[in-house]
Design a protein around this ligand. Structure first.
Ligand code: FES
Length: 671
């Protein structure tokens, strides 16, 4: 039997017994304490630092010792060796401070989780906006009144109901050649099992729910008007569920939660890796998401005052990895050349097969995938924005750790995807964090005084509150402002000789201090460093190059309209995004943020079955481009690392950088 040890977490006071060998971070999670991580536990982010207290703690009856943890690993030692200033400022020594993702429990310990390592509940910014949706659900209800069987007409219950339905559905009149005759209707087995009882109890007056005018999935006593459905967007970080009335289209509840798979890996690649490396990896990932979906469903049903069994259909979208894990399909081939998904087509499957607690006869519809890294969430974005029904050329961008891009109009659509890395979401940036309370979300720098102003999530006023880190939107702001104020040049290098105490040489090179230690809740200055700027340059160059490749392949100079989808797109300042060359040049009032377009698309597909058929046919004709195979990719990537770009003119934001000069290096990369 595995040994157990006591662990106490401060300041929360959470405590319990955990198995020997478990990491402190995992143990804390089991005890309900979330510790930050944005490196998938790779010992590189340092967000999970904890302090190990030593001594006898009578209150808990334990003797806490540093030796009760596994020794400091090479990776941990390397992390701390890169941060002597942090250790000095805090007065910590290695051994006392540990990376909680690396150290394993071998005895009793009392652990202090400092403010900066505490995981906050992320501010979930996935909301469904109001949209006009034509209501044509896949589930329809029909009232059927039958005469009870007797010895003269001993017809079986199902056949009796099907014949009754033929009349209710208008099949007899044969007005619609596509509708089946009664003998072509089917009944779900689970529904059949309770049919006889329901019919008799209801005295042969029932409301029948028919899926796609083909299959009976529910029989309810008497006259019932409403049916319910749920649309779900499974993001790598956040899962959002919208409960809707299938008759009226009304949204009754919206619930969201962090994706529980985060504990197995921050991004899709690390989750694929987890599934490959652990025999039960896929099962764990699959069960985790199914449990969260059931939880969200229960919460939504409760707030809408309905039972979960009244939910008759669920439409799900997610990137290809989320799609595969949900369907319990191994995602390994998504991450290996030639990068093919198990299926492109949309999938219909019974809820009970996935263990989802809607009506067991209910259907789960999963939208089609387009490529290994262009998934069902992109299909949903297309459903919501309909570039395939436009004359103008629209560029749709969904930015996350991976960016998916669709360009085109009713004649032609092209797509690609590119890893942008986690920098745009706040990871791999020294003080980067998610959009949670305490995160700086906006930054402005005065170009004369070089002094900043900033706004913190949860504060109404600028320059108030205590900062803990910088989230994605402020990272874009900071880099754009450093460039606009002339603190960094177009190649992202800090300029020398500027007189401001905020510009200084830090541990990892030049940096600009946005918030002084006394303005923060972590007691340390929060700077943007040269390395942070570099991370953003790489991310934005990847995104821009992907957009430019699609434009070029379509014979276009610039798009007529840019649509930024996803939470990140909604909160970035579009002018600043263009100023650093994150998005191609375009009229600024033609750049739109549409929020969670994938969630909107899922809702539309839930409420309108024709849209499902439409997206199935649209995705089949989208042309896919793999960026690494593009011969110009490397050169274009190099050109795109400059702000806003080494050679592209960017006329719409040129007035913000009046002294811009042509970069002589450009000619080396251009043909
Ligand atoms: S260093 Fe531990 S989670 Fe990143």
């Amino acid at each position: 039997m595995t040994k157990k040890h006591n662990i106490i977490l401060q300041p929360s006071g959470s405590r319990g017994q955990v198995e020997e060998g478990i990491s402190i971070r995992s143990a804390a999670r089991d005890l309900g304490v979330e510790i930050e991580s944005i490196c998938a536990e790779n010992a590189t982010c340092g967000k999970c630092m904890v302090l190990i207290e030593e001594g006898r703690f009578e209150k808990y009856n334990i003797e806490s010792k540093r030796e009760n943890l596994s020794p400091v690993s090479t990776e941990e030692a390397a992390y701390f060796a890169r941060r002597p200033k942090l250790l000095k400022d805090k007065g910590w020594e290695v051994g006392q401070v540990r990376l909680s993702c690396q150290c394993k429990v071998r005895g009793d310990v009392l652990v202090n989780v400092p403010e900066e390592s505490r995981g906050n509940k992320q501010i979930i910014r996935k909301t469904a906006r109001e949209r006009a949706i034509e209501i044509k659900p896949s589930v329809r209800k029909y009232y059927v009144s039958m005469t009870p069987p007797n010895l003269e007409r001993p017809i079986a219950d199902w056949e009796r109901l099907a014949k009754g339905l033929e009349t209710s559905m208008g099949l007899v009149r044969g007005t619609d050649a596509k509708l089946p005759r009664w003998h072509e209707l089917t009944i779900d087995y689970q529904c059949l099992r309770t049919l006889s009882k329901t019919l008799r109890e209801a005295k042969w007056q029932v409301t029948v729910s028919v899926w796609q005018d083909q299959e009976v999935i529910e029989v309810q006593a008497g006259y019932v008007e409403d049916s319910y459905g749920a649309a779900v967007d499974i993001g790598s970080t956040t899962v959002a569920l919208y409960l809707c009335n299938l008759r009226t289209g009304e949204m009754l509840a919206a619930e969201s939660e962090m994706n529980p798979q985060i504990v197995y890996g921050e991004d899709v690649m690390s989750r694929i890796q987890y599934a490959i490396e652990h025999e039960d990896g896929l099962e764990k990932l699959h069960k985790a998401i199914v449990a969260t979906l059931n939880k969200l469903l229960k919460q939504a049903a409760k707030s809408a005052h309905i039972k979960t069994e009244e939910v008759l259909e669920m439409v799900l979208v997610g990137n290809s990895t989320m799609h595969h894990i949900l369907l319990n399909l191994h995602p390994k081939d998504l991450g290996l050349a030639p990068f093919v998904p198990a299926i492109h087509k949309s999938v219909d499957i019974k809820a009970r097969e996935l263990g989802l607690h809607i009506n067991p006869s209910g259907n789960i519809h999963v939208l089609p995938t387009i490529a290994s890294f262009v998934g069902a969430d992109t299909s949903a974005m297309i459903v919501a924005e309909e570039p395939h029904n436009q004359d103008e050329n629209w560029l749709l961008i969904d930015v996350g750790t991976n960016a998916e891009l669709i360009l085109g109009n009713r004649k032609r659509l092209v797509c690609t995807s590119t890893p942008t890395g986690p920098a745009l979401e706040g990871a791999h940036v020294e003080y980067g964090m998610r959009a949670a309370p305490g995160a700086i979300e906006r930054v402005h720098i005065d170009e004369k005084t070089l002094e900043p102003r900033y706004k913190i999530v949860g504060e109404d006023e600028w320059n108030t509150g205590k900062a803990k880190g910088i989230c994605g939107s402020a990272i874009i702001d900071s880099v754009a402002e450093l460039f606009r104020a002339g603190i960094v040049d177009s190649r992202g290098r800090f300029k020398q000789g500027l007189s401001s105490k905020r510009i200084r040489k830090g541990e990892s090179g030049w940096e600009y201090v946005i918030a002084w230690a006394e303005e923060t809740s972590i007691g340390r200055d929060i700077p943007m460093t040269q390395q942070d700027v570099r991370q953003i340059q790489l991310a934005k160059a990847a995104l821009f190059t992907a957009a430019r490749t699609l434009l070029k392949r379509s014979g276009l100079e610039s798009p007529d309209k840019i649509i930024l989808a996803g939470g990140f797109g909604s909160y970035i300042d579009k002018e600043k995004a263009m100023l650093i060359g994150l998005i191609p040049d375009c009229e600024l009032d033609k750049v739109y943020a549409v929020g969670n377009a994938a969630g909107d698309g899922a809702r539309i597909a839930l409420l309108n079955i024709e849209k499902r058929n439409e997206i199935d046919s649209v995705t089949r004709r989208i042309e896919r481009f793999e960026l690494p195979t593009d011969p110009e990719f490397q050169n274009q990537f190099m050109l795109a690392t400059s702000f806003p770009h080494m050679s592209e003119p960017f006329p719409h934001i040129a007035h913000l950088i009046p002294n811009r000069v042509a970069d002589p290096m450009a000619k080396n990369f251009m043909k």
